[in-house]
Design a binder for this molecule. Structure first.
Ligand code: FES
Ligand SMILES: [Fe+2]
Length: 317
């Protein structure tokens, strides 16, 4: 396939998703890579195809002493630079390709070998300067192309449809939309109906989420959408990540950041907020996966400009 948005910085994982000495498979623009982290927190990634007889290295295992990945087929070992490891002689030349990574605030970014066209968004730095990391939620491989997924994130008319269930959103009013190249900000006022007691017991965040929410959304095209909101016990920066796995599949996950003063509250808040975020992803996934092929719209809703702004960035890349 033609690579999607070559030169974009893609956030392929958060450090906390990797564990220690465990191989993971990452698919980006139809290329498979194996990625692993050692005990010291160093992270390595190489092409997942074994250069001997093309077994998937991610099904192999990591050697803790040598920081190598062992192929599951004939147990050859490769280091993080793609060099074959042999007992008595150390190869100097890589025989398979390493994936160049940029690690910033525990986020693992890559340009997948393309010339960088955009910097790593500073939006992420601003969040970690102010908020504390709570965890990852809603990790999912969605049956749907990147553009459809981007457009859902930039579409704020879907809240009272897609997110009606559970969040009881009844209206969404956009008060401003500003764009500056690949970066955009939106201010919105959401109104919610009451949740049932049973729903609150299952998902306590629903009990503290105000009926009227004033949110800010910040967009760093194409990888990141951040939803900032305030609840009576703390502030949230819910960071949605997207990257293209293949032409037809898109990876997503949420990095949840929050600012909560009280430690007990933080503990209770954390699980509830992560659970609610996973529900948001389920709902958005359902929306994308159930779409029929796109046609020229016969109806326009107000405030759809931002969606077409994002589409234009994509098409004019
Ligand atoms: S296929 Fe990997 S070692 Fe043979
Ligand atoms: Fe959504």
């Amino acid at each position: 396939m033609e690579p999607i948005l070559p030169g974009a910085p893609w956030l392929i994982a958060h450090r906390s998703m990797l564990g220690v000495n465990k191989p993971h498979k990452i698919t980006l623009n139809a290329q498979d890579y194996v990625i692993w982290q050692n005990q010291q927190g160093e992270i390595f990634a190489i092409n997942n195809i074994c250069p001997h007889m093309q077994a998937p290295l991610s099904d192999g295992w990591v050697c803790q002493e040598r920081d190598t990945i062992t192929c599951p087929f004939h147990a050859l070992e490769f280091d993080g630079q793609g060099r074959l490891y042999q007992k008595d002689k150390q190869d100097t030349q890589p025989i398979t390709k390493p994936l160049k990574l940029v690690i910033s605030n525990d986020c693992i970014w890559t340009y997948a070998g393309f010339e960088p066209k955009l910097p790593i968004p500073d939006l992420h730095q601003r969040i970690v300067d102010e908020y504390e990391f709570m965890g990852v939620s809603g990790e999912k491989s969605i049956q749907g192309d990147l553009l459809s997924n981007i457009m859902v994130n930039y579409d704020y008319n879907h809240q009272n449809g897609t997110h009606k269930e559970l969040f009881k959103i009844t209206s969404c009013h956009v008060t401003s939309f500003e764009e500056n190249g690949y970066y955009a900000t939106v201010k919105q006022d959401l109104a919610r109906a009451n949740n049932k007691l049973g729903e609150i017991i299952k998902n306590p965040i629903l009990g503290i989420l105000p009926k009227n929410l004033s949110n800010t959304l910040e967009y760093s095209f194409p990888s990141t959408t951040v939803f900032f909101t305030k609840t009576p016990i703390g502030k949230i920066a819910q960071t949605h990540i997207l990257y293209p796995e293949t032409e037809k599949r898109t990876k997503t996950f949420i990095l949840m950041y929050a600012q909560v003063g009280n430690p007990l509250m933080k503990f209770l808040f954390k699980n509830s907020v992560l659970q609610a975020a996973a529900t948001v992803i389920e709902q958005d996934t359902g929306a994308v996966e159930s779409l029929y092929p796109r046609q020229k719209p016969k109806i326009r809703l107000p405030n759809e400009e931002i969606m077409f702004y994002a589409e234009k960035l994509y098409r004019n890349w």
